[in-house]
Design a protein around this ligand. Structure first.
Ligand code: NAI
Length: 288
């Protein structure tokens, strides 16, 4: 999709981090915006800032894990702007740790937001885009954790692999339909956002300090590793720019990731090709 001005972008998880970066880049391209997030106050602040910069914005508080809420988001987008062209299923949360040390609530919440959130987005917006006809594009935010499997990120890896798989399936299906609706999956590396504070949005935890969680040595290791990498990571605008390049070029894979992070993917591809057992990616054993 090359022509973006005046077209409508729906972005989930738009109040912070990568979602907000996508919203800012979309506004710079004169797109009209439907911003969705579970945090009403930060959502309103993001919407106000974008309006002040001249964008047309509808802010729709939405919990993407709730099918009905995502259906209502689709209705709100059509009510406000009459059409939808770009849909970014971006909202996500990160829970660190091994399956047996995470609580069932944490595991279910991760799947509800990271996987069901994207499923609800696809089930709501693909029929809208198909019925509308013409050009459209779906962008699903996965992660490098959807292409590699770092230790102590068990449920996060599983949900992000699932997002890559369903995005790839969708891409093939929409291409076979010759629909004019493109699909991209975004697999960022380490990006400066609030993802390590995901627990702020876990139902039933209030404003719990995410550092107060009791984890094993491994869970603490990956939390420390990711926190340091994310503090030092690329700005969300870099991911947003990569997304818009891919939308214009109809490219499926978008991998805005640091080379040492990407090396883990190349290692895995070699392991698969040679049927070798998976080894710890170098980034975890080398001083950064
Ligand atoms: P963030 O925490 O800064 O932003 C996530 C946004 O999603 C927040 O505004 C939050 O309120 C919202 N959100 C959380 N649960 C929600 C729900 N149930 N319904 C609607 N909105 C909800 O984090 P970030 O990093 O911007 O996360 C965006 C996506 O990027 C996620 O899918 C994450 O897994 C992915 N990602 C992030 C990377 C990073 O290094 N920051 C790397 C790879 C992927």
């Amino acid at each position: 999709m090359q022509e973006l001005a005046e077209r409508v972008a729906v972005i989930t998880g738009a109040a912070s981090g990568i979602g907000r970066g996508i919203a800012e880049a979309a506004a710079a391209k004169q797109m009209r915006l439907v911003l969705a997030d579970i945090e009403p106050k930060t959502l309103d602040a993001a919407a106000d800032a974008l309006r002040a910069a001249g964008a047309e914005v509808a802010a729709v508080p939405t919990d993407v894990s709730d099918a009905g809420a995502v259906t209502r988001l689709g209705e709100a987008a059509l009510d406000h702007f009459g059409a939808v062209h770009l849909v970014c299923n971006n909202a996500g949360v990160l829970v660190a740790g091994s399956l047996w040390e995470n609580s069932l609530d944490e595991l279910r919440w991760s799947v509800d937001v990271n996987l069901w959130g994207v499923i609800h987005g696809i089930r709501t917006f693909v029929p809208i885009l198909l019925e509308q006809g013409g050009e459209g594009h779906i962008v699903n935010t996965a992660s490098m954790a959807g292409l590699t499997a770092a230790p102590y990120l068990d449920i996060y890896n599983a949900t992000k692999h699932a997002v890559v798989a369903l995005s790839e399936t969708l891409h093939k299906e929409l291409a076979m339909l010759e629909s004019g609706v493109g699909v991209s999956v975004v697999c960022p590396g380490l990006i400066q956002t609030r993802i390590m504070e995901s627990a702020r949005n876990q139902p039933g935890t209030g404003d719990r300090d995410p550092d107060a969680r009791t984890l094993s040595e491994g869970g603490n290791f990956i939390t420390g590793f990711l926190s340091a990498g994310i503090d030092d990571g690329w700005p969300p605008s870099r991911v947003a720019d990569a997304i818009f390049d891919a939308v214009a070029a109809q490219r499926f894979y978008v991998i805005p990731a640091q080379e040492p992070v990407k090396a883990g993917l190349y290692q895995r591809l070699d392991e698969l090709r040679e049927e070798r057992n998976p080894a710890l990616p170098g980034i975890f054993s080398e001083p950064s």
